[in-house]
Design a protein around this ligand. Structure first.
Ligand code: RRO
Length: 302
């Protein structure tokens, strides 16, 4: 009942793991897969190992989490060993893998994408991390840089390429237009929203990086509006992400125009099997309303 097809790829359901949560090791990905996800997205992986920012890198705030991990990852060569270890098992479980990658420029993105390609079903371009100078949103806030990165990766690989967008821009349509013009197969929206928390006793920001990205319940209306705008303007599939805790939240994203959703912070609140819970809640809603999954995508625009 929840099977979907994105860019010719079949997914057993539209509820995926978002990048950055539990995606750093093969065994963590497997654990999420067993929790019922239709696909798992890896932590964003770069060309070389990166220790990330100093601690503290995450703090719970009202409505979610503020993080500034700083793209920690073992580098693509070592990370591929993790994927190789679980890929066959995930395939047997009918679970797709989305490989999230980052780079400092188009050459680096293309190089990592080429290495990643063989092991994943979709490549997700992180041009949206809000607190990694020279990476992420530094690219994704600039339409020209966004265009060249997406174009270079599209030229380098055959698997579908999705660009993950940042909400930290004035005009998201301008950025989305650039990546669609570059030929991306789909859009992922949104990455975290820039924010800060201050320890009033210490009289300084809590995160070592001072500011970070807000995820969780508080950002859902921001994500819904971005997905709505993307659906109004583009014909490529959209994966909605940001503050999804329940089937109702997922349905809201779908009605705004998302064909699938990703869950990150929700894993902390509802456990590894949040994916199965959200799928069951979607099924119940569809039965109650006598609707199919396909029918609800974008239905709020009619
Ligand atoms: O690693 C991070 O700090 C991070 C990344 Br790559 C991202 O894309 N979004 C985010 O909130 N944190």
């Amino acid at each position: 009942m929840l099977k979907i097809n994105l860019c010719g790829i079949e997914f057993r359901n539209p509820v995926f793991l978002a990048s950055g949560i539990m995606g750093e090791t093969g065994s963590a990905l497997k654990r999420i897969a067993k929790g019922g996800a239709g696909a798992v997205t890896t932590k964003s992986i770069g060309l070389n190992p990166n220790p990330g920012h100093r601690n503290p890198t995450i703090v719970e705030v009202y409505g979610g989490f503020l993080n500034a991990m700083g793209l920690p990852n073992p580098g693509i060569d070592e990370y591929l060993e993790e994927i190789k270890g679980v890929r066959d098992e995930l395939n047997r479980m009918d679970i797709r893998i989305i490989g999230s990658i980052y780079g400092k420029d188009e050459e680096e993105f293309a190089e990592v994408a080429k290495k990643m390609e063989e092991y994943v079903d979709i490549i997700e371009l992180n041009i949206s991390c809000p607190h990694a100078k020279g990476y992420g949103a530094t690219i994704g806030q600039n339409p020209d840089l966004s265009y060249s990165v997406c174009k270079a990766v599209k030229k380098a690989v055959k698997v579908p390429v999705f660009a993950k967008l940042t909400p930290n821009v004035t005009d998201i349509i301008e950025i989305a237009q650039a990546v669609v013009d570059a030929g991306v197969d789909g859009l992922v929206a949104i990455n975290t929203v820039r924010g800060m928390a201050i320890d009033i006793k210490a009289k300084k920001p809590i995160l070592a990086n001072k500011f970070g990205g807000l995820s969780g319940r508080a950002i859902k209306p921001i994500g819904i509006k971005v997905v709505w705008d993307l659906y109004e303007n583009f014909d490529v599939p959209i994966i909605g992400v940001g503050g999804i805790m329940s089937g109702e939240d997922a349905i809201e994203y779908m009605m705004a125009g998302a064909s699938a959703v990703q869950i990150g912070s929700g894993v902390y609140y509802r456990g590894y099997d949040i994916f199965k819970k959200v799928c069951d809640e979607i099924i119940n809603f569809l039965k109650e309303e006598n609707l199919t999954l396909k029918e609800i995508v974008g239905i709020a625009h009619e």
